[in-house]
Ligand binder design. Structure first.
Ligand SMILES: [Zn+2]
Length: 310
């Protein structure tokens, strides 16, 4: 009996782990979601991720699929080549050789990917920037991180590329989680927008999407917070796009749900700031929270194919 090959992809997010059993051509055979291990030791966290992969392996076997690759997308500073997380604030992890730890737990090779670079790859292959060789994917959520897609592939630079969240922006003094002041993340992340609105108006909001609703309703405080955030984001993205020659900027993460309210001011900021250089188009991501998982599946297939054709 011949079996059909598939790969396993798992995206370890801040709240949920999203997994998929993915066939060739990106056909999703099965999807799952489970809570991300919270406030546990690194060893326990790795055990839980390995447990999730083990149940996906069993499921693939039940579906009579042969697993030919496994890739886990993780947050933080991630060096894909060595399979190491250098630091992941959201998981509370120091340097951890994740690939090696998971591979030994499962007795098979497990690759790791950076969640945002995996998301950027997926958006560039099957999402908002299909057919564009040079694009910039920026995930704006609790933090801010970018994937630089250059000549069709995300650039990693040992895990350091795209870490724009702690670049400081002029004339801002907000305190950042990193302890410094005026970081982009402290002004323009979804959580920073919600916090700034709460501080200025005295009204707590559930999140940045609620601030966006208030901007649309004509609330001047919400509009000021929004303008400050889009100004800061536009300034940093203009520099990145000018350096990379990006044709498209894809905005993802929780804040992208604001749609045109985010895309339109960012487009204007990029045109204003880039002068004679052609400003990239700004578009909303289309894959939502599936992007990281789909990108991880693409990377698992790429590695499998490279092995097969070696
Ligand atoms: Zn910072």
């Amino acid at each position: 009996m011949t079996t059909t090959p598939c790969v396993l992809a798992l995206d370890v997010g801040g709240t949920f782990m999203k997994g998929a059993v993915v066939g060739r051509e990106g056909v999703i055979r099965h999807e799952m979601r489970a809570p991300t291990p919270q406030r546990v030791s690194v060893g326990q966290g790795l055990d839980e991720i390995a447990g999730q992969l083990r149940s996906m392996l069993e499921l693939a076997r039940d579906l009579q699929l042969e697993v030919v690759g496994v890739c886990v997308a993780v947050p933080g500073i991630v060096d894909e080549a060595s399979g190491t997380i250098r630091y992941a604030a959201s998981l509370g992890w120091p340097e951890v050789p994740v690939s090696q730890e998971l591979s030994s737990r499962l007795d098979r090779q497990v690759l790791i990917a950076h969640d945002v670079r995996a998301g950027g790859l997926a958006e560039s292959r099957v999402g908002a920037s299909v057919g564009v060789r040079d694009s910039l994917f920026v995930a704006v959520g609790t933090g801010i991180s970018a994937a630089l897609v250059v000549d069709g592939s995300p650039v990693s630079a040992g895990g350091m590329a795209g870490e724009i969240g702690h670049v400081t922006v002029p004339d801002q003094a907000t305190t950042c989680v990193c302890g410094r002041h005026g970081c982009l993340e402290s002004v323009a992340s979804a959580s920073a927008i919600a916090r700034a609105y709460g501080d200025l108006s005295g009204t707590e909001v559930a999140g940045a999407v609620e601030v966006a609703d208030r901007v649309r309703a004509g609330d001047p405080t919400a509009a000021a917070v929004w303008e400050r955030a889009t100004d800061a984001l536009g300034a940093v993205l203009a520099s990145c796009a000018a350096v990379l020659g990006s044709q498209v900027v894809v905005v993802g993460g929780g804040l992208s749900r604001a749609g045109p309210l985010l895309v339109e001011p960012l487009t204007r900021r990029l045109i204003d700031r880039m002068g004679a250089a052609p400003a990239p188009r700004v578009v909303s991501a289309v894959l939502g929270d599936a992007a990281g998982c789909l990108g991880a599946a693409m990377l698992a297939w790429r590695s499998t194919d490279a092995r097969t054709h070696a």
